[in-house]
Write a protein that binds this ligand. Structure first.
Ligand code: IPM
Ligand code: MN
Length: 362
C-alpha cells in the first residue's frame, strides 16, 4: 500500500513519526507492505515552495492508497487571507481527495475518566462518533469575500451532499448502539431545514436505527451534561468542527483524538489536534491521536481489523499501566515523551498482535 505522509507543521512532524513507527513494526505480523513517501503541506510548504498545497503533493496523494497527515498551522502566517494560510492548504487537500465524511470517535478510556474536565460519573461510559460533513457549508460556500467595511461567507448545502454523509452516519450507527443524533439549527437556518428533511428521508432506509434531532446549541450543552447519551452525531462542517473539539477535550486531552475522512478518491487520516507551536520540537506532544489515526487507516483503508485492534489495545494497555503523556500527566508528575510513547505503543501493539497469532496457532 502506498501511504503519503504529510507531517506538516509543529508537532505534526513528531506525532506522525510515531504513527509511522507503529505501522512499520506491526506490518510484518499481518503481512502488510507499506511504501511511505513524504510530501510538503501547510506552513512548511509555504516556507519552502511558497504554496500551502504544492502540485507535487496533490499528485502524490492522488496516487496513494491513503494519506496520513500530522497538523497544519503556524502563527507566522496569521495575517494572510484564509486561502493562502497553511489551513487553506489542508482544505485544498480535503477537496482534492474528495472524502466528505469525517469520522471523529470520542470515548472514555477507563484509565482516563479522572482526567476529564467532567465529573467521573458524568463522563464514564461515553462512547460516540461524530460524523462531520467535510466538504460543504461555510468552509467552501460561494460567494465569499470582503467588501468595503464588511465580509461575507455563504452557508450552502445540496440534498445530495447531505444525503451521502447521512448514509455514512447510519452505516456507522448500524455497527454500534444504533442511535443517530442529527445536529442542526433548523429553527433559524434554511440549510438546516434542508438538512433535517434530507436526513429524515435517508432514515427510512435504515429501519433498525433510531434518529433524533438536536439544535446545535442544545447539543453543545448535552455534551457536557450527559455525554454518554450519544452514539453517532451527524452534523455539518462548522458545527462538527466545534462540537468535535468539545467532545475531544472531554476525554482528558485533545491529543487523544483520531479522525478518518472517507467516501472520496483517497482516504485521509489525521489527529483532531492542531500544530501546537508552543510545544513543537520538544518531544512533548501526545502522539496517541496520530497513532489512533493510523489504526483507523488499518481499519478503513486496509480493511485489517486485527492490526487496527492491536494498536487500539496497545493504547488502552499504555493508559491502564498508568503511563501518561505530558498533556495528561498531573502537574509535576513524570510523563512519557513523544518518542518513548511511540516506542512503547509499538511494542505493546506487536505483543498484542503476536498474542492473537499464538492463540490461533493453538
Ligand atoms: C480540524 C481543523 C481544521 C478545520 C482547520 C485546521 C482548517 O480545525 O480539522 O478540525 O477547521 O477543519
Ligand atoms: Mn477543528
Amino acid at each position: 500500500m502506498k501511504i503519503a505522509i504529510l507531517a506538516g507543521d509543529g508537532i505534526g512532524v513528531e506525532v506522525t513519526r510515531e504513527a509511522v513507527r507503529v505501522l512499520l513494526e506491526i506490518a510484518p505480523i499481518y503481512d502488510l507492505h507499506f511504501e511511505f513517501s513524504e510530501h510538503l503541506i501547510g506552513g512548511d510548504a509555504i516556507r519552502r515552495v511558497g504554496n500551502p498545497f504544492p502540485d507535487e503533493t496533490r499528485a502524490a496523494c492522488l496516487e496513494s492508497d491513503a494519506v496520513l497527515l500530522g497538523a497544519v498551522g503556524s502563527p507566522e502566517f496569521d495575517r494572510l487571507p484564509p486561502r493562502e494560510r497553511p489551513e487553506g492548504g489542508l482544505l485544498r487537500l480535503r477537496t482534492a481527495l474528495g472524502g466528505f465524511a469525517n469520522l471523529r470517535p470520542s470515548r472514555a478510556y477507563p484509565a482516563l475518566v479522572g482526567s476529564s474536565p467532567l465529573r467521573e460519573d458524568v463522563f464514564a461510559g461515553t462512547d460516540m462518533v461524530i460524523v462531520r460533513e467535510l466538504l460543504g457549508g461555510l468552509y467552501f460556500g460561494e460567494p465569499r469575500g470582503t467588501a468595503e467595511g464588511e465580509a461575507f461567507n455563504t452557508m450552502r448545502y445540496s440534498t445530495d451532499e447531505v444525503e451521502r454523509v447521512a448514509r455514512v452516519a447510519f452505516e456507522v450507527a448500524s455497527g454500534r448502539k444504533k442511535l443517530v443524533t442529527s445536529v442542526d439549527k433548523a429553527n433559524v437556518l434554511e440549510t438546516s431545514q434542508l438538512w433535517r428533511a434530507t436526513v429524515e428521508r435517508v432514515a427510512k432506509d435504515y429501519p433498525g436505527i433510531t434518529l433524533e434531532h438536536l439544535y446545535v446549541d442544545a447539543c453543545a450543552m448535552h455534551l457536557v451534561t450527559n455525554p454518554s447519551r450519544f452514539d453517532v452525531i451527524l452534523t455539518e462542517n462548522l458545527f462538527g468542527d466545534i462540537l468535535s473539539d468539545e467532545a475531544a477535550v472531554l476525554t482528558g486531552s485533545l491529543g487523544m483524538l483520531a479522525s478518518a475522512t472517507i467516501g472520496g478518491k483517497v482516504d485521509l487520516f489525521e489527529p483532531v489536534h492542531g500544530s501546537a507551536p508552543d510545544i513543537a520540537g520538544r518531544n512533548l506532544a501526545n502522539p496517541l491521536g496520530a497513532i489512533a489515526s493510523a489504526a483507523m487507516m488499518l481499519r478503513y483503508t486496509c480493511k485489517n481489523e486485527g492490526a487496527a485492534d492491536a494498536i487500539d489495545r496497545a493504547i488502552t494497555k499504555f493508559l491502564d499501566a498508568g503511563h501518561r503523556t505530558a498533556d495528561l500527566a498531573k502537574q509535576g508528575a513524570p510523563f512519557f515523551s513523544t518518542s518513548d510513547t511511540g516506542a512503547l505503543i509499538a511494542q505493546f501493539a506487536v505483543d498484542a498482535a503476536n498474542m492473537v497469532h499464538a492463540y490461533h496457532a493453538v
